[in-house]
Design a protein around this ligand. Structure first.
Ligand SMILES: NC(=O)c1ccc[n+]([C@@H]2O[C@H](COP(=O)([O-])OP(=O)(O)OC[C@H]3O[C@@H](n4cnc5c(N)ncnc54)[C@H](O)[C@@H]3O)[C@@H](O)[C@H]2O)c1
Length: 359
């Protein structure tokens, strides 16, 4: 069986922690090229995860010249997602790009245009959609179990969890802070469960309240106050064209007791659900309010064969099925572009102090 040849651009934490182990566990790919502007990172991961003759690059344009490469993983800081993805698609490669899709909606649209002219597959790394709770919630929503979902909360709130490695706190390189970094996951999950991709307007506020503090109790140790140019918290209220609303809360550091990350709460006119203590379905049964806690210990509801129950493995399996033409993408770039569009709207509203209207 022919294995797809994969090239990786960006050999940092997400490459080592998520993507490359999934490729190593799978049987359908081999990773033949590694690129990082810091060469030793590419060398190190090529030894851990690459084929014997894997190539190492410091310039992604050189990697893209290798015609044998079928798939490129774009795993760099956010400000390079668009440029590298467009170049890879134009070079005839399928692309799995990490979240968020881009730092602006204009960039996301450039990526969609490149996908359309190349005819190649483009997906974005929203692996939370493949968690067993998320798969089950989506299945219920698609069967109209909740009815019309008119209120939702997208939650990405840490108590003290500022990422101190890489360039996460650098607004220029990432396009923002927790909103674009973790708010993006919660919003993606929420829109997907609601199956609602038509925003009308939003209001947002960002905060720089804790990012200049020291002795922070941060999980990964104190951050560098001089480098922390992104917001530490951001909150948004989004009104969709059908009148539904989404309250998006995101923070890397907030004085709350209970962190809630990559979770959604949805309320419809028939039932609701949240993920605040595992997945809970809130409904009425025989005249009594009940909370159903699905037993997901048996594993995920598998939509994709051969992927186990690990979200990263399911993400890869779904992507490969689309690449081979055997299935449709589970995370489409069009959906991811709407996530980016709404995040941009929240940042814009914060800048102007006014609601942001989507055209
Ligand atoms: N899906 C998730 O849950 C999740 C989790 C963490 C990070 N991410 C995303 O993954 C991306 C990378 O995050 P990370 O944690 O791996 O960061 P990281 O800093 O650990 O790694 C990024 C790597 O990219 C390299 N790089 C920078 N510019 C480059 C370029 N032009 N060409 C080649 N390499 C370049 C850096 O040298 C670094 O090694 C970000 O977009 C982030 O949002 C996703």
């Amino acid at each position: 069986m022919k294995k797809y040849k994969v090239g990786v651009v960006g050999c940092g934490g997400i490459a080592e922690g998520k993507h490359l182990p999934a490729h190593q566990r799978g049987t359908k790919t081999e990773v033949v090229a590694f690129c990082d502007i810091i060469e030793e990172r590419a060398v190190r991961l090529s030894k851990l995860f690459g084929t014997k003759d894997a190539k190492v690059y410091t310039d992604y344009k050189e990697l893209l010249k290798d015609e044998s490469i079928d798939i490129v993983l774009v795993l760099t800081p956010n400000n390079m997602h668009c440029e590298i993805t467009v170049a890879a698609l134009d070079a005839g490669k399928h692309v799995l790009c990490e979240k968020p899709m881009a730092t602006s909606y204009a960039e996301a649209k450039e990526m969609l245009a490149a996908r359309d002219r190349s005819g190649k597959v483009l997906s974005i790394g929203y692996q939370n959609r493949y968690r067993s709770d998320a798969l089950y919630l989506k299945q219920l929503a698609d069967k109209n179990y909740f009815g019309d979902i008119y209120y939702a909360e997208a939650l990405a709130v840490r108590r003290r969890g500022v990422p101190t490695w890489g360039v996460f706190i650098d607004k220029e390189k990432q396009g923002g802070g927790p909103l674009i970094d973790i708010g993006t996951h919660a919003l993606d999950l929420t829109l997907f469960v609601m199956n609602n991709y038509e925003p009308a307007y939003c209001v947002g506020r960002t905060f720089h309240k804790l990012n200049k503090q020291r002795n922070t109790g941060n999980a990964g140790g104190d951050w560098d106050v001089d480098k922390f140019t992104a917001e530490d918290s951001a909150f948004g209220f989004v009104v969709m064209k059908n009148g539904a609303v989404i309250y998006l809360k995101s923070s890397w550091a907030l004085n709350i007791a209970d962190p809630t990350e990559a979770v959604t709460t949805v309320c419809g006119d028939k039932a609701g659900a949240d993920m605040l203590d595992g997945l809970r379905i809130n409904t009425v049964l025989e005249g009594k309010q009940v909370m159903i806690k699905p037993d997901l210990r048996g594993g995920a509801i598998l939509f994709y064969e051969g992927g186990g129950t690990n979200p990263e493995d399911l993400e890869l399996a779904a992507f490969l099925r689309a690449v081979s033409g055997e299935g449709k993408l589970y995370v489409t770039a069009d959906q991811a572009a709407v996530v980016t569009r709404i995040l941009e709207g929240i940042y814009e509203s914060d800048k102007t102090g006014k609601p942001f209207y989507f055209e």
